[in-house]
Design a protein around this ligand. Structure first.
Ligand code: GUN
Length: 287
């Protein structure tokens, strides 16, 4: 069966909308997200447009600062300093990737950890690593856990989770979250030996490698829960293109117990969790 990310994200957004209204009426605070977009990458423009639209749909304020591709790193740092000091802004997001002449890690470190709604700042990854409740947690990993729980219920204790991929944005943080849920966690990656047999042990299999249809049916244990984080555009026989995940969905769907489809699985949850983080940052700003 499919785990419906679109529906789960919709439900989460409507719950958040209620909380946004409550925060406004009780404290006079309306959460605000500011996004910085450098350059004109078409995919980034679509992502940013969706982030802005969805924040506003649930009653938050949001705006975009659009900067030209040749913006200097120092100029970007100047914008971040102003946003960090603006008490009316609760969430700051710098859309990635940045142009080559800008050092992403310098930029991420310059965002106030309290406003880092992507959860990419070392302070937030450190808090996640330590299991501190105050962490702002990266959005896609949060979405993965919510979707796994849609099928398995809230208690993931003792399950063997295999994560394929070790990126700072997905692989590492989702592994930490699964560990917090008392899973036994294996982190596999491109150098892992006998990946197929490790994946076959998984009760929860998270694929975050960025290779279309990488995970084959014989890598999946019957009855497993499969969370597919990949978004890969491939050519179709009729000369068009389509989006597919990191899992060979058509064969795996009949063997596993539940799988997140692509599109319509993890993708919609990412922005919903960004809204969740923005609300959390706004709430914390009150205290
Ligand atoms: N580019 C692609 N995904 C993301 C994301 O989750 N956050 C940011 N800041 N940039 C991205």
């Amino acid at each position: 069966m499919n785990i419906d990310g679109k529906l789960t994200a919709k439900k989460l957004r409507s719950e958040l909308a209620v909380e946004v209204a409550e925060l406004k009426s009780s404290c006079g605070i309306q959460p605000k997200l500011t996004v910085i977009l450098v350059g004109e990458d078409p995919a980034s423009q679509v992502y940013v447009k969706n982030k802005i639209k969805q924040t506003q749909e649930i009653g938050m304020i949001s705006d975009v600062i659009k900067l030209p591709i040749n913006t200097e790193q120092d100029e970007l740092l100047g914008y971040l300093a102003r946003l960090n000091n603006d008490a009316n802004i609760h969430g700051i997001l710098v859309q990635l990737p940045l142009p080559k002449h800008i050092d992403e890690s310098v930029i991420i470190s310059a965002i106030s950890p309290d406003k880092d709604v992507d959860g990419f700042h070392a302070m937030n990854s450190g808090r996640l690593f330590n299991g501190d409740s105050g962490a702002l947690i990266p959005c896609t990993p949060q979405g993965c856990i919510i979707l796994a729980k849609q099928h398995l219920g809230n208690d993931l204790s003792g399950l063997h989770a295999v994560v394929i991929g070790r990126s700072n944005i997905v692989g590492k943080p989702v592994s930490m979250l699964l560990l917090q849920e008392n899973c036994t966690v294996t982190i596999a990656h491109s150098r892992t030996k006998d990946l197929a047999s490790i994946c076959r042990q998984a009760d929860i299999l998270v694929a975050a490698v960025g290779i279309a249809k990488f995970v084959k049916v014989d890598w999946v244990k019957a009855g497993a829960t499969v969370i597919d984080v990949g978004i890969n555009r491939i050519s179709t026989d009729d000369g068009g293109t389509k989006l597919v995940g990191d899992v060979d969905y058509d064969s795996v769907v009949d063997k596993c117990a539940a799988i997140t489809p692509v599109p319509g699985g993890v993708g919609p949850m990412t922005i919903a969790c960004l809204l969740k983080n923005t609300l959390a940052a706004a709430k914390r700003s009150v205290h």
